[in-house]
Design a binder for this molecule. Structure first.
Ligand SMILES: [Zn+2]
Length: 115
């Protein structure tokens, strides 16, 4: 399941507000102008965000699995756990944040015409 990303609509008058999911229209709370929003398709962005989040969680699961295996097989090697956590924080998290920044920097912007 891919969650939808939140969309904010900004009116020509400067008023703005969130767009309810799958809403075909949005009305400015400030001036009342209506905009047709059924042509917006954020599914590509939602899909990219889901992939990046899934990969970051896979990193967490991998670290936990390795630490669990070490605890079970060779508890003395558990001293390497801080190194594994450091590897996670210094390699996977920065990658995750870079990817998120890239996705957010490339967010699409749609121009809507008032109805
Ligand atoms: Zn307005």
């Amino acid at each position: 399941m891919v969650r939808t990303v939140p969309i904010t609509v900004t009116c020509e008058c400067g008023g703005s507000g969130p767009l309810a999911a799958r809403s075909p229209a949005w009305r400015c709370p400030h001036c009342g102008t209506a905009y047709q929003t059924d042509s917006l398709d954020p599914s590509h962005v939602s899909h990219q965000l889901a992939i990046v989040k899934r990969m970051a969680w896979a990193g967490v699961i991998a670290v936990l699995a390795i630490v669990g295996a070490l605890a079970f097989m060779a508890p003395a090697v558990l001293i390497a756990t801080p190194a594994l956590l450091a590897a996670y924080y210094y390699s996977i998290l920065p990658w995750y944040r870079r990817r998120l920044r890239g996705i957010y920097a490339a967010l699409p912007e749609w121009r809507l015409l008032p109805q």
